[in-house]
Design a protein around this ligand. Structure first.
Ligand SMILES: Cc1cc2nc3c(=O)[nH]c(=O)nc-3n(C[C@H](O)[C@H](O)[C@H](O)COP(=O)(O)OP(=O)(O)OC[C@H]3O[C@@H](n4cnc5c(N)ncnc54)[C@H](O)[C@@H]3O)c2cc1C
Length: 119
């Protein structure tokens, strides 16, 4: 049996976001089809609130570093812990968000790896 989305609980907890449901579903499907792949994506979510696109990824721990102006709905806030980028919150900066999420995925520790397996 496989689980994905709101029904799934990973070691880091439950995501309960659209993006988690999509990406976990893709990992579960690959394993159902016989591939032996781990779920290694950096968790993220988004929400559109009128003219404001909010995107969040990784772990929001450590020291926040802000570029731009959150009050003007144009900013990126990076969270650095032990010298490594581990999380980000972006307001109306989708391209920067993609770059930050990729950087987190490449970080030395890497994202949490969860082996999809039958339970
Ligand atoms: C009000 C609200 C606002 C949200 N806003 C955001 C947001 O801004 N950004 C974000 O990332 N996430 C948001 N979420 C969370 C997001 O909607 C969920 O995390 C995501 O939909 C989970 O997907 P899922 O496929 O796991 O579950 P679901 O989307 O809940 O899909 C489960 C499906 O299974 C069906 N089902 C249930 N029981 C049975 C059964 N016994 N047999 C057959 N079918 C069944 C249901 O009808 C449903 O279609 C929001 C959620 C809510 C409630």
């Amino acid at each position: 049996m496989y689980a994905a989305g709101d029904a799934a609980r990973l070691p880091r907890g439950r995501g309960e976001h659209w993006a988690d449901a999509q990406e976990q579903g893709a990992t579960a499907a690959r394993n159902m089809l016989g591939q032996d792949v781990a779920h290694t994506t950096v968790p993220w979510c988004w929400s559109d609130q009128y003219g404001l696109k909010i995107q969040i990824c990784g772990s929001l721990v450590g020291t926040p570093e802000t570029s731009g102006d959150p009050a003007r709905h144009d900013a990126a806030i990076s969270f650095v812990h032990d010298g490594a980028l581990c999380g980000a919150v972006c307001f109306n900066r989708p391209k920067e968000f993609r770059d930050l999420r990729s950087e987190i995925a490449r970080s030395e520790d890497g994202p949490e790896t969860v082996k999809a397996r039958p339970v």
